[in-house]
Design a protein around this ligand. Structure first.
Ligand SMILES: NC(=O)c1ccc[n+]([C@@H]2O[C@H](COP(=O)([O-])OP(=O)(O)OC[C@H]3O[C@@H](n4cnc5c(N)ncnc54)[C@H](O)[C@@H]3O)[C@@H](O)[C@H]2O)c1
Length: 266
């Protein structure tokens, strides 16, 4: 069987390096190119990921890569601004996209969805590639049917640049599919602005950022005389990799844009 030819965007970043490292261990997936910002251009992608050179130099533009290489799947772990630019270049080149970047605006998502549908190039965007996190979201959605009160606390490392996390937003959106309104205290005074968190679909989301955390989320559901807590902890970036590899293998079977890893799990 032919190997799936992959480009990794954001290859010098934490998730990008982990993705490169994992791809290098796979025999059905081949890393053919890597992209990051100008400061990282020219570095060997393998050396950054594993300490061992592989002869694939990081380039500074996905668009340039698509002009000279045939790529089957682009994996993007950059940020909310860079990712839509990379996805547009990939779609234009007829290359399927697997996107883990968060903080992408709704406007950009709508634009990419349109491009994906018009061209038939599949795009999978997953705010969280870890199996446990996907199940945490699935269980929270089910529980929302039975609990009128819900608040989400998400905790991440201090270098995360968007808040709340894509996972928290996705969780609140899934929960809202099972309940129209969530309760909140009738009269509240915030003595410190923002202390009660941000609201998505009536669910309060609280974001914690500090060293020591990687990616964690606790969904608290309140009922009469009881609290249900659904908690997920990512303790190493390896937890995202089985989802990313599965997405690389399956994305070309999808049509249009699909949001959420749960859509490709059996
Ligand atoms: N979906 C998931 O499961 C999951 C898990 C962890 C992180 N994330 C998200 O993935 C993204 C990356 O996370 P990270 O922790 O690796 O961050 P990071 O800052 O370590 O890496 C991002 C990389 O992207 C590069 N970059 C920035 N602009 C670029 C551009 N225009 N073209 C190419 N490369 C560019 C940066 O130089 C950097 O090397 C974030 O949005 C984060 O929230 C998603």
């Amino acid at each position: 069987m032919e190997k799936i030819k992959v480009l990794v965007c954001g290859a010098a970043g934490k998730m990008g390096r982990q993705t490169v490292k994992t791809i290098l261990q796979r025999d059905n997936i081949e890393l053919v190119a890597a992209v990051d910002t100008t400061e990282n251009a020219g570095k060997d992608a393998g050396e950054l990921a594993t300490g061992k050179k592989i002869g694939i130099k990081i380039e500074d533009s996905a668009e340039k890569v698509f002009k000279k290489e045939k790529i089957d799947v682009m994996v993007d772990f950059t940020n909310g601004k860079a990712s839509p630019v990379n996805m547009s270049a990939a779609i234009f080149a007829g290359c399927a996209c697997v996107v883990g970047s968060t903080g992408i605006s709704q406007e950009s998502i709508d634009d990419i969805r349109k491009k994906s549908e018009e061209t038939g190039v599949p795009v999978l965007i997953a705010p969280n590639f870890s199996l446990g996190a996907v199940l945490m979201m699935r269980f929270s959605k089910s529980a929302a049917k039975y609990f009128e009160w819900a608040e989400i606390i998400e905790l991440h490392h201090e270098n995360k640049i968007d808040a709340p996390s894509g996972t928290a937003i996705r969780t609140a959106d899934l929960m809202a599919q099972n309940r129209e309104t969530f309760n909140s205290p009738p009269a509240e005074t915030e003595k410190i602005p923002g202390v009660r968190g941000g609201i998505r679909n009536g669910i309060r989301i609280h974001s914690v950022r500090m060293p020591g955390f990687l990616a964690h989320q606790e969904v608290n559901l309140g009922g009469v005389g009881e609290v249900l807590k659904i908690r997920h902890d990512s303790i190493s970036r390896e937890c995202f990799m089985s989802g990313v590899m599965l997405a690389i293998e399956k994305v070309r079977d999808l049509s249009g844009m699909v949001v959420g890893l749960e859509n490709i799990l059996e």
